[in-house]
Design a protein around this ligand. Structure first.
Ligand code: 3VV
Ligand code: FAD
Length: 627
């Protein structure tokens, strides 16, 4: 019934202060306040309706996204929202759009790789959205291998310009979000050629479309690359294709913080690591980790609430059937994902600190922690997106048949999320970067260089160095094993950051105890999953392994009465979750039934096509039957 909380009994079981846990999840009282205010602003505004997305044809869907982005911008300015509030508003609008790349990559690229003068020129235009930018790096032929990019930027000393050109089909820019139909400018990555010498990949600001009539400028061929996975989902984004035919730009549109080209055509590489040209990717990878905890927690919230509502089997003498959340199999699939959502939240907080720390050090030309920052952002982006993508799919399965309905919110959540395993760096390619970092650390042990930070533990494998094995030779051969070692290294970071979080002062009755239980579930479920490795290396005895499994089951029982309260702490509105299975009030069946009749297919009792295609069959079968 309307207005009844079907999960009230579950909420009464909570053994901790949910309001306090909301602050832990939000990160601070301030963050919680802003989240509540902006989430309500979006949820209460019919302009941000999103329950129709999976039913719109692409052109309508896309135009609707443009409308929402423009309306959001209007509201941001009307209400004079801060950058923090504006970012929250885009988050709660929950629709991938060109604005993600304008705010999330184009502006950070200029801030990270542009000189002060270039920032003064371009950032005000971008902040006022008087230009709209994208990040055009990936090409049809190369995405992972950035050093393999083919687009060229050839310096012309006669005119003090770069000539941007797409020499081959495979050099066509391909995938950049916002490029297909909207962006007026791009930060474009191309090979810098001066006097026939190739200086490698650098970033350039290139205008793509007229600011008067939005038509592509001379020499520019640009369009959308077509439909992507799933209905609605990422098709609200215009991922584009772009070709340059000898497009000329002024020399001062090469991003020159990391390296410069003088008027005379002299190339100057500041004494900074060339990899700073990759800085925007590092920035986005650390944001994607926090974003993973948001997506995973949404799926877990839906699956947990529905698991408490759903009853199947187990009725005694006509009494109620068993809540599926009480089955140990359901708990063993669901609670590690609940624990992972919290774990990723906390490692995301730490990674943001690490990134900020590295950026401050760079200001002082201290590059000492750059390798660790690269390894951590690459590895944690890979780990958290893989677990989250698989976790959303597991949450769909945890909801049985109804999880497959669009009104569950899970199919679209999965379709929108899964490219995160690929964009901003294919997850295996990134893990290989971590593996390279680990092997380099191993090769330096014994030279007196003690590992610090997240690899400090490797200082204890001194014995390995007696073999003086040649790490380079075996890398390719053992890369699959090294990727597993990289995952284990990242898991160690996640677990250690969860434990460090628990060592902080965490207010609220029962809150720390719940987090301790979730932390236990996180590492014990990992131990369980990989117990073969621990047993094979004698890090665990069979008895210890059995004890760990017993403790894991005990923790499931400890979390069970708190499960609903633990997902309530994510503080997601029904609008944001956009899921009948995940409704706060648990009023699932009536709402599922109500929603079915709203499907356009039910606008007519007899479907279009009956008379042309079904009736003749029936007639024919009747005729055959008479024979
Ligand atoms: C945007 C919104 C943000 C919000 C997020 C939350 C919301 C999200 C929701 C909705 C928006 C959706 C947003 C979608 C966005 C998608 C956008 C894109 O996809 S943009 C394209 C991404 N492309 C890649 O990531 C290519 C991956 N490839 C690479 O990064 C490189 O090619 C790499 C690292 C694989 C190889 O680079 P090498 O060939 O230059 O380097 P090597 O030879 O392997 O290594 C040389 C040395 O450089 C170091 N190195 C490499 N990369 C480094 C780095 N980044 N920083 C520091 N050092 C690095 C290495 O550790 C190595 O060090 P030693 O020599 O061993 O000491
Ligand atoms: C939704 C979406 C949005 C995107 N947005 C943008 C954007 O805004 N801007 C932009 O520039 N790009 C964007 N991209 C492109 C994205 O960054 C690339 O697709 C990504 O970096 C992967 O590169 P790739 O496609 O070349 O994959 P590939 O590298 O071709 O991967 C194919 C397979 O090869 C394997 N592989 C590759 N190299 C190695 C190796 N050395 N060792 C072992 N295995 C290897 C991979 O693991 C994978 O299994 C987007 C992509 C998607 C899907």
């Amino acid at each position: 019934m309307e207005g009844v909380d079907h999960l009230a009994d579950e909420r009464k079981k909570a053994e901790f202060n949910v309001e306090a846990m909301k602050i832990v999840w939000a990160g601070s009282q301030h963050n919680l306040e802003v989240s509540n205010r902006i989430s309500k602003l979006v949820a209460d505004d019919p302009a941000f309706r999103k329950d129709d997305r999976t039913m719109l044809p692409r052109k309508e869907l896309f135009k609707n996204t443009l409308r929402k982005a423009a309306y959001a911008w209007k509201r941001i300015n009307e209400l004079r929202l801060s950058e923090e509030e504006a970012s929250k508003l885009r988050f709660y609008v929950d629709e991938t759009a060109y604005t993600d790349l304008h705010w999330g990559m184009f502006i950070p690229a200029i801030k990270g790789q542009g000189t002060d003068e270039q920032q003064r020129k371009w950032l005000p235009l971008a902040y006022k959205m008087q230009i709209i930018g994208c990040y055009a790096q990936t090409e049809l032929g190369h995405g992972s291998n950035v050093q393999g990019l083919e687009t060229t930027a050839t310096f012309d000393p006669h005119t003090d310009e770069f000539v941007i050109h797409s020499p081959t089909l495979t050099s066509s820019k391909w995938w950049p979000g916002g490029l297909g139909k909207v962006s007026t400018h791009a930060v474009t990555y191309a090979r810098l050629i001066i006097d026939g010498k190739d200086h490698g990949v650098h970033g350039f600001i290139v205008q793509l479309r007229s600011l008067e009539d939005h038509r592509p400028l001379p020499g520019i061929t640009v369009g959308d690359i077509g439909m992507k996975f799933g209905n609605g989902a990422y098709n609200t984004m215009d991922n584009g294709v772009l070709r340059f035919d000898h497009v000329r730009i002024p020399r001062n549109q090469m991003l020159m913080k990391v390296s410069q080209v003088t008027r005379e055509g002299k190339y100057k590489q500041s004494d900074v690591p060339r990899q700073l040209v990759y800085g925007t990717m590092v920035y986005v990878r650390q944001r994607i980790v926090a974003d993973a905890s948001c997506y995973l927690s949404r799926a877990v919230c839906i699956a947990t609430r529905y698991s408490a509502v759903r009853r199947q089997f187990g009725s005694q003498n006509g009494g109620p059937e068993t809540q599926v959340i009480d089955y140990k199999t359901q708990q063993s699939r669901l609670f590690p994902l609940l624990a992972s959502a919290y774990a990723f939240r906390f490692v995301g907080e730490w990674l943001e600190w690490l990134y900020t720390d590295v950026m401050q050090r760079l200001q002082a030309n201290d590059f000492s922690t750059l390798p660790e920052a690269h390894a951590c952002t690459a590895g944690l982006k890979s780990l958290t997106t893989s677990v989250t993508a698989d976790g959303i799919e597991e949450c769909r399965k945890l909801c049985g048949g109804h999880g497959y309905l669009c009104t569950s919110g899970l199919p679209e959540l999965f379709a929108v999320y899964v490219p995160a395993c690929t964009y901003e760096g294919d997850n295996i390619v990134l893990l290989l970067q971590v593996a390279r970092f680990l092997m380099k650390t191993v090769s330096q042990i014994g030279t007196g260089k003690q590992p610090v930070g997240t690899i400090a533990y490797m200082g204890r494998i001194e014995h390995l160095m007696q073999c003086r094995c040649n790490v380079q030779r075996g890398f390719a051969e053992l890369s699959a094993d090294l990727v597993e070692a990289a995952v284990a290294h990242c898991q160690l970071i996640v677990v250690s950051k969860f434990i460090e979080k628990l060592q902080q002062d965490i207010p609220g009755e029962g809150v720390k105890q719940q987090l301790e239980a979730l932390c236990g579930i996180y590492y014990l479920s990992l131990l369980h999953k990989h117990q073969g490795d621990f047993l094979a290396t004698s890090y665990l005895t069979p008895k210890q392994s059995a004890l760990a499994n017993d403790q894991l089951r005990a923790l499931y029982s400890k979390v069970r009465p708190n499960a609903i309260a633990l997902v309530d702490a994510f503080n997601y509105s029904d609008h944001f979750l956009s899921s009948i299975l995940g409704r706060y009030d648990g009023n699932v069946y009536p709402k599922l039934y109500e929603a079915a009749w709203k499907d356009p297919l039910n606008e007519s009792v007899v479907p279009d096509g009956y008379h042309e295609y079904v009736r003749p069959l029936l007639k024919q079968q009747l005729h055959t039957a008479r024979l």
